[in-house]
Design a protein. Structure first.
Length: 146
């Protein structure tokens, strides 16, 4: 499986940094999987714990929840990194999708940052949201073919 090389090198660095981040609440040698944490807290409710589209809220939605483990397979074996990022971010409208049931996580992540950190500069809130979406997109890449 190939990864589309259309994203910038600094995005790769951010994903690697986030994916290997260590928080003080954990043992010093235990890396935190930020992407999985984001997935478990924001996506699993609809997409299921394994990304198969079988989350407990999936039956409540009007549209079928996609199996996220097949994204690369449905794209000629290439994980559509940029497309997945944009769908998660949600701030760029995808007209072909019609009505959007999936939450717009770019806005949600920005709001969450402003709640957790008082007087956080706007550009840092945007950077925080981008980092979380990159970690989540990278985690979805790891789910491919499972």
């Amino acid at each position: 499986m190939k990864l589309v090389n259309t994203f910038r090198p600094f995005m790769i660095a951010q994903v690697l940094l986030i994916s290997t981040c260590v928080f003080p609440a954990h043992a010093a040698d235990t890396p935190v999987d930020v992407g999985k944490g984001e997935y478990d807290s924001a996506c699993a409710v609809c997409h299921g714990l394994n990304g198969k589209g079988d989350g407990y809220m999936a039956t409540q939605l009007t549209a079928r929840v996609p199996d996220l483990t097949l994204l690369a397979k449905h794209n000629k074996g290439i994980f559509p990194f940029d497309r997945v990022y944009q769908v998660i971010d949600g701030r760029q409208e995808v007209k072909a999708h019609g009505t959007r049931e999936m939450p717009i996580w770019g806005r949600a992540f920005n709001r969450q940052t402003s709640i957790y950190f008082e007087n956080y500069p706007a550009q840092d809130m945007e950077s925080s949201a981008r980092s979380r979406i990159l970690a989540l997109t990278e985690y979805l890449y790891r789910l491919q073919g499972k």
